[in-house]
Design a protein around this ligand. Structure first.
Ligand SMILES: Cc1cc2nc3c(=O)[nH]c(=O)nc-3n(C[C@H](O)[C@H](O)[C@H](O)COP(=O)(O)O)c2cc1C
Length: 434
């Protein structure tokens, strides 16, 4: 029997119009109302997921490229996923919920208090997906920071939040028999003055049994160093090989060891957007067809990449290379690398064709395959790369959840890779009980 792994779900459109632009839209759910998400997270809890992570972007992006971001609803509208969390907690009992939070945008004292409150309300099922997007700072009247400095600020922010969460020490007594709720002397009335934040403790909230789980998705050297020091979960993107997963894990674990932690202190979960089909023949057909994108397919790919890169690719010559300087300074290096790959001089048509091309999970060339083929892959990563687990990515929509997981969950359970029941202890127990 294989060893149990950890599984999660990343809803990659955030608290936005789930399924817009797909036929699933005609199920008629209202994306601004809780029912859609409650129904979906109940299914994910039934599926044994440890946690659900909600993507977010505070900002609609640069004023010059607003249309690119919203015309197909890739970049917005998005509501605040932190405020969706209570509805999801109310609909479930075990699964963890981790809304994306931009460290630095929310003042630390306010953030510490909101998260402590939500952690109590949910019996400690709250996580935060901590991101360092620098383009949003202007909305909060903050100076934009260079990439690495935004991580420095996030580091001060999360350290301060933890100090606030622990600022009651053992001051809570709670004993009504002698009319004694708490010891004021035990509370940490500290004054913090750092490079980015000034805040006083203690926090006006009851202490927690354990801190909210910190998830981090940054893959740069600085991002990994942050994860090694502060994160409970690193969301990882890596090529599909055992060697690549082993190498990625080693980098994160080295960063944890350098920070005085151990490999057991964090979980590294690889993000996977699976297209699960009913037979190998169907998978082959889909992959073959993707090698010959239609005149319709290329603009569709261009629109998605235009939104992500805040650059109107449709306005460029499809048959020439992407001109130097086409991408603004603020565009993430990872996004640009994702499009250009190792061939920055290739014609745009070729780049987009390559992006539209799908591959078979059975040959480790892409994410199309049957449930058994995906289970083979997941099992192999566990046994050969010591992988902790997988986070599936897609819309948070019941049709999408069942399409992706309907056949896979029973196969993973039969193989002993996926939990059949939850323990007690919230999101931290989900992630660290095994
Ligand atoms: C799986 C995954 C999920 C992410 N989710 C978000 C998100 O919800 N909001 C956001 O602003 N950035 C998100 N990011 C981007 C990262 O937070 C970060 O801004 C980006 O990876 C650049 O950091 P890096 O240079 O350290 O990689 C995500 C990245 C990955 C790989």
């Amino acid at each position: 029997m294989a060893e149990l792994q950890h599984f999660g779900y990343f809803f990659s459109r955030g608290f936005g119009p789930q399924a817009w632009g797909r036929s699933d839209w005609d199920w008629g759910h209202d994306w601004t109302k809780p029912d859609l998400y409650q129904q979906s997270v109940r299914a994910l809890e039934q599926a044994g997921m440890d946690l659900v992570i909600a993507e977010d972007a505070v900002s609609l992006g640069s004023p010059d490229t607003l249309d690119l971001r919203i015309r197909q609803a890739y970049g917005g509208p998005k509501h605040d996923p932190l405020l969706l969390a209570p509805s999801l907690f109310a609909a479930t009992s075990h699964i963890g919920i981790a809304p994306t939070v931009n460290a630095g945008i929310t003042p630390p004292y306010l953030a510490a208090r909101q998260f402590a409150t939500l952690a109590h309300l949910s019996s400690e099922r709250l996580g935060i997906n901590l991101v360092t997007d620098v383009g949003s700072a202007r909305h909060a009247g903050l100076p934009p920071l260079p990439h690495d400095q935004a991580y420095d600020r996030a580091e001060e922010w999360i350290t301060l939040l933890r100090r606030l969460w622990h600022s009651w020490g053992d001051g809570h007594v709670g004993d009504p028999s002698d009319w004694h709720f708490a010891n004021g002397d035990a509370l940490d009335a500290f004054h913090h003055e750092g490079p980015y934040f000034t805040a006083d403790g203690p926090l006006n909230a009851l202490p927690l049994d354990s801190d909210p789980v910190v998830v981090s998705p940054g893959g740069s050297g600085r991002g990994i160093r942050f994860a090694g020091t502060h994160s409970d979960v690193q969301l990882a993107l890596a090529p599909l090989s055992t060697a690549a997963v082993t190498a990625y894990r080693a980098t994160v674990i080295d960063a944890a060891l350098a920070a005085g932690r151990t490999a057991a202190d964090l979980r590294i979960l690889f993000v996977l957007k699976a297209q699960i089909v009913s037979s190998p023949a169907e998978a082959d057909r889909i992959v073959d067809a993707s090698g010959h994108p239609s005149d319709q397919d290329l603009p569709t790919a261009a629109i998605a990449w235009s939104s992500d890169s805040e650059t109107d690719l449709l306005a460029l010559d499809l048959d020439g290379p992407v001109p130097a300087g086409a991408f603004g300074e603020h565009v993430s290096a990872g996004t640009v690398r994702g499009l250009l790959g190792d061939t920055p001089d290739a014609p745009l048509r070729e780049l987009l064709t390559r992006k539209a091309r799908l591959g078979r999970i059975s040959s480790r060339s892409g994410f199309v395959g049957t449930a058994d083929e995906f289970a083979d892959f997941i099992e192999e990563l566990g046994s050969d790369a010591d992988n902790d687990g997988i986070v599936f990515s897609g819309d948070l929509h019941p049709a999408q959840v069942y399409r992706m997981l309907g056949d896979l969950v029973p196969v993973l359970r039969r193989r002993g890779l996926l939990r059949r029941e939850y323990g007690a202890g919230g999101i931290r127990a989900n992630l660290f009980d095994f």
